[in-house]
Design a binder for this molecule. Structure first.
Ligand SMILES: [Fe+2]
Length: 492
């Protein structure tokens, strides 16, 4: 069956690069805001694909046909094999010879034994559609990068009004979007809305992405099987199954990650030559419920219970085993929520966020013990969720600024969540004073760039003047460096 109008309305994407392979993604949607994408509800549509070593497709490397099954909401997850390591490739899709997709560029990872000098990566999170435009993503599309890490809140579950909130659309959105996402149709259409954004499409087309989720891909601050509002577990598990299914369908992930009901293995490991190992975490699916009813609370026996976990026992074992077997120079952990302690007062006793690692200190201690035990010299955590930029030193004892620094954490600000933001919000001075290991704090929108080299890691914090009007310029607010073998951020 041939679509009567262009089915390539949601762009293309690539992800999870390996030395010889990368996942290519697209979704056929001639009518993206309708359930079923405006296509038949059963069967599959054949999609032709081409991969070339040049942008004009003169040097074709591979081509073929791949189905876009109706059961997968007409998405394609093509695991191209047999590629050369550490190279750019260009790809595109066609349907029926008549419709052609935008061209995407991707890049394979270096060979595991390659002595790589440098890798440069984008760090993205938190793109609430109705709180601003994706200008940050338009700028990120133009950066010279090897890959992008997206560490959560790709979609938000909230109702979106006809004006698309802060975007102030004059052509109204369908009324369908004006409710909280609960079922499979809701989540599928929510991805269609987000992915219809041209800046998001440009950022996917420019670079391969490694994605992981946080809470809003399902619902705010859920923990394992427990929703924020403590819905009956079977009700929430059905919602989680719908959300995970739509997530897999819409991300450039391999078949191996396809969910089974409410379960989806998303944590995974990648090598970047001898330079880096990436251990991408899922701190939502297996976590214990937030202590003391969630929110900002004083820590105590409930939050400090060693039985509590943010990763789940299996993922924790996998992570620590990975540290032990690692031969990489940099051990990089892209994940969701703030890893370093974050007080909101200079007093000794402070409330802490029960949703972040601060609410699971025993879990954090076990990870740091694993880092020490494995002799990981260069530990880097990449984080989202906070909707602000932070550069932080990971301390052996956060109460003692003179204690050893075990690694560094780059918290990248939101793409759009939180509206325009500001450089120095009201709590700026207090937050820096309360957290001496925090070297930088900026509450504007944007993204971070993380460059790994043999001698150091470099973090560049990119910010925009605003997101509620489209097209703001981007600039670098600050750069920080941490030397290999001597962790700790200093201004560059
Ligand atoms: Fe967020």
């Amino acid at each position: 069956m041939t679509p009567q109008t262009n089915p390539f309305t949601l762009g293309v994407a690539s992800g999870d690069p390996l030395p010889d392979s990368v996942v290519l993604w697209t979704r056929l949607a001639p009518r993206p805001y309708e359930p079923g994408n405006g296509l038949p509800g059963d069967g599959a549509i054949d999609v032709q694909w081409e991969l070339a070593s040049d942008e004009s497709f003169r040097h074709l490397v591979q081509n073929g046909t791949v189905p876009a099954p109706a059961a997968d909401n007409h998405t394609v997850h093509l695991d191209v094999r047999g590629l050369e390591a550490d190279r750019f490739y260009w790809y595109r899709f066609r349907v029926d010879g008549r419709w052609i997709s935008p061209t995407g560029r991707t890049r394979t990872a270096p060979a595991p034994t390659a002595d790589v000098d440098r890798g440069r990566f984008g760090l993205l999170s938190c793109q609430q559609y109705d709180e601003g435009y994706y200008t940050a993503l338009a700028h990120l599309a133009g950066e010279e990068l090897d890959a992008v890490f997206f560490v959560g809140d790709y979609i938000y579950e909230n109702a979106i009004n006809a004006q698309a909130g802060a975007r102030h659309y004059t052509a109204p959105l369908p009324e369908f979007f004006n409710h909280v996402t609960l079922n499979l149709t809701d989540y599928r259409l929510r991805y269609a809305l987000y992915k219809s954004d041209p800046d998001l499409q440009a950022a996917h087309a420019a670079h391969p992405w490694y994605v992981t989720w946080d809470d809003h891909e399902v619902g705010n601050n859920y923990a394992g099987d427990i929703s924020q509002d403590n819905d009956p577990v079977d009700v929430f598990r059905a919602r989680r199954a719908a959300a995970y299914r739509a997530y897999w369908e819409n991300m450039p992930l391999r078949e191996a990650h396809r969910p089974t009901g409410p379960d989806m293995r998303l944590y995974r490991r990648f090598q970047y030559g001898r330079l880096a190992q990436f251990d991408i975490l899922d701190t939502r699916q297996y976590r214990s419920d937030q202590a003391y009813g969630d929110g900002w609370q004083y820590p105590g026996p409930e939050s400090e219970d060693p039985a509590r976990t943010l990763t789940g026992a299996e993922q924790e074992r996998w992570l620590l085993d990975g540290f032990r077997s690692s031969t990489a120079l940099w051990n990089v952990v892209p994940q969701q929520v703030a890893f370093c302690r974050h007080k909101n007062t200079t007093a000794d006793r402070s409330q802490l966020s029960m949703d972040a690692w601060d609410g699971y200190p025993a879990s954090r201690d076990r990870v740091l013990a694993g880092v020490a035990e494995a002799g990981v010299a260069n530990f880097v955590v990449l984080t989202g969720d906070e909707h602000v930029h932070y550069a932080m030193d990971i301390k052996e004892d956060f109460d003692d600024p003179d204690s050893r620094t075990l690694g560094v954490e780059v918290v990248g600000t939101s793409v759009s969540s939180g509206f325009d933001g500001e450089e120095h919000p009201d709590d700026w001075t207090l937050t820096l004073a309360a957290n001496p290991h925090m070297k930088f704090y900026d509450a504007r929108r944007g993204y971070a760039l993380v460059t790994l080299e043999r001698t150091h890691v470099h973090a560049e914090f990119r910010t925009l003047t605003g997101v509620v009007t489209h097209g703001a310029p981007v600039s670098t607010a600050a750069c920080f460096v941490s030397e290999a073998g001597d962790p700790g951020f200093s201004a560059a």
